[in-house]
Write a protein that binds this ligand. Structure first.
Ligand code: PMP
Length: 389
């Protein structure tokens, strides 16, 4: 095979720390809190099978043909309707279907980031966004954040000068599971508007709210100042690879051009089948079921942590989503603990890869949605013993 000369961009690519860990945790005897996968028991297999049958019988040619880059028109209209508010409608032209919301992150990087552009992110933030944006060589700026998400008061002219956008996950963030309260959301959109700072709101977990109704999104608080990313991965199934962007039509136009070059369009078949599943209100019964399961799982992990963690270990109490964030006692490093944990056949994701600036080495992410409650108890007990409980 001829030796290829790799691009400067390719030379920067590193294997994700999480993927390396996941390879080990695929062994069946490992209790893994490391994965970011939804629980497959929530996948509506029968509904998808029925929908796929119907789509193939009734519009097989359409579903198996190339289709417009923007997305399947009825699904765009359904998404627009779902996100419209009284007095603030979303038009289907503001919606672009993407091949998972991960593709939306890549496309945004392509059309908004030049080498050296300032891109503001929370501390910590979603690793997949660091990877997607990182390919376009931005200068990442970490915005100070606490248990309630990023701190709006820390955004000032100095920090935001020349920034292309602020990437933020206000609801049940990956990796921390934290939720930004309403007053902070309001302060954030007001401050961003004053500073002329566009917000990119990534919201794949927003519907997984098991404690009351979801809070208004940033987009709902300021439709003109926010580029919104949604996903069907956590409310239907990630293997469908269906996500979307809602933005002003001028930006959608640029994203469409970038997507054309990337993959022409999101699979026609998948979009039509997903539309068939959701169009008559299925999600309003399905999402509460997912939330109920995840709330029970979350409770099992919280109880296990209370029972088995030694003093000095701290964690949050998520009100939705799939993840919990834990800090080890002062002086400990989660990367070191991981080596010992893997020897005891229990896994988690260390916090360090989620930081673009100085990491907090004591932190780690625990996913509570896929391991059955009895195994959660056993896995947390093993971790507790390692930490000296
Ligand atoms: N954003 C966040 C915060 C995520 O956690 C994920 C999935 N891990 C994605 C985007 C990508 O999701 P998908 O491409 O499956 O829509």
């Amino acid at each position: 095979m001829p030796l290829c000369t790799l691009s400067r961009r390719a030379l920067q690519l590193k294997s994700s720390a999480i993927r390396e860990i996941l390879k080990i945790t695929e062994q069946p005897d490992v209790i893994s809190f490391a994965g970011g996968l939804p629980n497959p028991a929530t996948f509506p297999v029968a509904q998808i099978r029925d929908a796929a049958d119907r789509v193939l019988v009734e519009q097989g040619a359409n579903a198996l043909q190339y289709s417009p880059t923007e997305g399947y028109a009825p699904l765009r209209a359904w998404i627009a309707e779902r996100h419209s508010l009284p007095g603030a409608p979303v038009s289907p032209e503001q919606v672009l279907l993407t091949t998972g919301s991960q593709q939306a992150l890549d496309l945004l990087g392509k059309v908004l980031i030049d080498p050296g552009s300032r891109v503001l992110v929370e501390t910590p933030t979603y690793l997949g966004a660091i990877q997607a944006f990182g390919l376009y060589e931005p200068h990442f700026v970490s915005v100070p954040s606490d248990d309630d998400g990023l701190v709006p008061e820390s955004l000032d002219d100095g920090l935001c000068h020349g920034a292309r956008f602020l990437y933020t996950l206000p609801s049940f963030q990956n990796p921390t599971g934290r939720l930004m309260p309403l007053d902070r959301r309001q302060a954030l959109v007001e401050r961003a508007a004053r500073l002329g700072l566009p917000l990119v709101e990534d919201n794949p977990y927003g519907d997984l709210c098991y404690d009351g109704a979801p809070l208004p999104t940033l987009r709902e608080l300021n439709p003109h100042g926010v580029v919104y990313l949604g996903s069907f991965s956590k409310i239907l199934a990630p293997g469908l690879r269906l996500g979307y962007v809602i933005a002003e039509t001028a930006l959608i136009g640029k994203l469409v051009q970038a997507k054309q070059a990337a993959d022409l369009h999101t699979p026609s078949f998948t979009q039509i089948v997903a539309h068939q599943v959701v169009k008559d209100g299925y999600l309003s019964q399905h999402i509460p079921q997912v939330c109920q399961l995840y709330a029970t799982q979350c409770q099992a992990m919280l109880q296990a942590l209370e029972a088995h963690m030694p003093a000095g270990v701290h964690w949050n109490r998520p009100r939705g989503g799939m993840f919990l964030w834990l800090a080890l006692p002062e002086g400990m490093r989660s990367l070191d603990v991981l080596q010992r944990a893997l020897a005891e056949k229990v896994a988690f994701v260390p916090g360090e890869p989620f930081y673009t600036g100085a990491p907090d080495p004591r932190t780690l992410r625990l996913s509570f949605v896929t391991v059955p409650p009895a195994r959660i108890e056993e896995g947390v007990a093993r971790l507790g013993r390692l930490l000296g409980a």
